[in-house]
Design a protein around this ligand. Structure first.
Ligand code: FAD
Length: 524
């Protein structure tokens, strides 16, 4: 009776509401006697939010949602599952920007990590040692803003900054800087992890390294990241942001590979670009140029030029390949930046007259996707299903991938969203981490970032399946990024030579298979 009254009163104030009804389910009754009880919510609003994600393709209902007010709440929750005779599953949820339920926990408990935002400053910058200690729940945009106050910045990024540190480190965290610095997981010195045994462990390359490397790209399987020490460097002020257009895929990739071959010397001096990506422009119409990655880059006059480049004599449209690069600079190098770029671009074979340059602040460059997001939100086109497929393709097969997929399958189907394609170096990925990449020194990251209407996402899923079938048929040894599989055999194939180690790490750090069940790697 007391619980029912408490529940009613708390729901009036919109706080988490324990209810006796909820506790008749399979969660251990002693949860409500723990200190965290009043931060556990069973109300339908909380459950609904935790049952969906950015992808809007799957739904999975937890029994409860924890809004932790401290690291201790998370540890107590995991411990209570680990020590129970009937352990329940637990998923840390960052921003829930996964697309296939990876941060969900069917019948378990979802931890809304962002709730830790309310417990004081959780981004601490060391200007002398060039690192920032940040909570796993922090958004990269907030890490950027905090580090810039000291004139510093992380080195490696994702295209979109409204993702949590814990969420991207559980995958890898890639963007156009990865060819230079490796993915975000290669730019972390140390972490605090709450393992599936409910223990807090500090780890690094040299201390508890098995856990450290396990968690890097570990899809949330070994522990919950509550703190990560991120490598920093001095921040530039401005960015030359350049796009060059190509009709020919082999010329486009040759230039991309040439640009990523320039690297940092032994004195830490970068002689090349700071960012190299690429994308497809397909079925060109004004609206398709104005997607969330392109918006506000081109002028109206540029649009018309690009459309004419894409249109063939018989009125059809070709695919245009867009090479996108950036070079950072500041007051000291402002006089020489244009000359430097000219030298870097000499020998490139983009279509003459199709180089477009913008001069923007460092923050505006890194935060470029946000403008597109806000625009789509206004039009009601952001919170829609996202049947995405992300693949790593070995360099030796990328031209076949272009013929079969870009020029073949994608032309057959409707395309709706950015398609990214850019190369990176395997030697920038630490072999000991859980993340897996193809077995070739250069591989391409391909992102098919489709959006669909509420009822036609299966159309794009069919397209994704056809792409996978094509790769399998012609023997392209791809790896999925942000992977999603249905069977144990598929996961075994995905991890390949790392599968045994991945399983051993699971037994070591989460023997009761409590954590991140939404990845569907281990059944509990
Ligand atoms: P969630 O979706 O909440 O969680 C993802 C997984 O990590 C789950 O298994 C969850 O249980 C686990 N997890 C979450 N927090 C923690 C924690 N603290 N400790 C341990 N495990 C945890 N990715 C790139 O690499 N590069 C990009 O450029 C890029 N751009 C994107 C743009 C958009 C618009 C979107 C929606 C996604 C993009 N992604 C990109 C993918 C993104 O990095 C992943 O989906 C990432 O997991 C999202 O972070 P999140 O905080 O929303 O994680």
């Amino acid at each position: 009776v007391i619980l029912v009254i408490v529940s009613r009163v708390m729901s009036i104030f919109g706080k988490p509401t324990p209810s006796t009804k909820a506790m008749t389910n399979s969660l251990p009754q002693n949860l409500l006697s723990l200190d965290l009880a009043n931060r556990l919510s069973f109300n339908s609003d909380s459950i609904n939010v935790a049952s969906t994600d950015f992808g809007k393709l799957v739904q999975s209902k937890p029994q409860a949602v924890l809004y932790p007010s401290s690291h201790q709440d998370i540890q107590n929750l995991v411990k209570s599952s680990y020590t129970s005779t009937t352990p329940f599953s637990i998923a840390a949820k960052g921003r829930g920007h996964s697309v296939r339920g990876q941060a969900m926990a069917q019948n378990g408990v979802v931890i809304e990590m962002r709730s830790l935002m309310n417990c004081g400053n959780r981004i601490n910058v060391s200007s002398t040692d060039l690192y920032a200690d940040v909570g796993g729940e922090q958004l990269w945009i907030d890490v950027l803003n905090a580090t810039l106050e000291s004139g510093l910045t992380p080195k490696s990024w994702t295209d979109y900054l409204y993702l949590t540190v814990g969420g991207t480190l559980s995958n890898a965290g890639i963007s156009g800087q990865s060819f230079l610095y490796g993915p975000q997981i290669n730019n972390v010195y140390e972490m605090d992890i709450i393992t599936g045994r409910g223990e807090t462990v500090t780890c690094s390359k040299h201390m508890n390294s098995e856990l450290f490397f396990g968690v890097m790209g570990g899809l949330g399987q070994f522990g919950i990241i509550t703190r990560a020490r991120i490598a920093l460097q001095p921040a530039p002020q401005k960015v030359k942001w350049v796009r060059m257009l190509y009709n020919d895929f082999s010329v486009f990739t040759r230039d991309q590979e040439h640009l990523i071959s320039k690297n940092i010397d032994d004195n830490g001096q970068n002689h090349g670009l700071d960012y190299v990506e690429g994308s497809l422009m397909m079925g060109i119409r004004l609206s398709s140029l104005n997607n969330w990655r392109s918006s506000s880059f081109y002028s109206k006059r540029d649009y018309r030029k690009i459309i004419s480049l894409a249109t063939t004599n018989d009125g059809k449209t070709n695919i245009i390949y867009c090479l996108e690069v950036a070079k950072y600079y500041d007051d000291l190098t402002a006089n020489t930046i244009d000359k430097e770029l000219e030298m870097l671009f000499s020998g490139l074979s983009y279509t003459p007259g199709f180089k477009f340059t913008k001069d923007v602040s460092y923050v505006d460059f890194l935060n470029r996707v946000r403008i597109g997001e806000l625009e789509l939100q206004k039009q009601g086109l952001w919170d829609v299903p996202h049947p995405w497929l992300n693949l790593f393709i070995p360099k030796s097969r990328i031209s076949e991938f272009d013929s079969g997929v870009f020029q073949g399958i994608l032309r057959k189907y409707r395309s709706s969203g950015p398609v990214l394609v850019y190369p990176t170096h395997r030697n920038k990925w630490d072999e000991r981490a859980s993340a897996v990449v193809p077995d070739e020194e250069i591989f391409y990251s391909v992102g098919l970032l489709q959006s669909s209407g509420m009822n036609d996402w299966e159309y794009f899923e069919e397209q994704n399946k056809e792409i996978i079938r094509f790769c399998e048929k012609v023997g392209i040894k791809f790896k999925q990024y942000l992977p999603h599989y249905e069977t144990k055999t598929e996961w075994e194939n995905h991890f390949g030579a790392k599968w045994d180690l991945f399983q051993q790490r699971k037994t070591m750090f989460d023997p009761k298979r409590i954590l991140s069940p939404g990845q569907r790697i281990f059944s509990s």
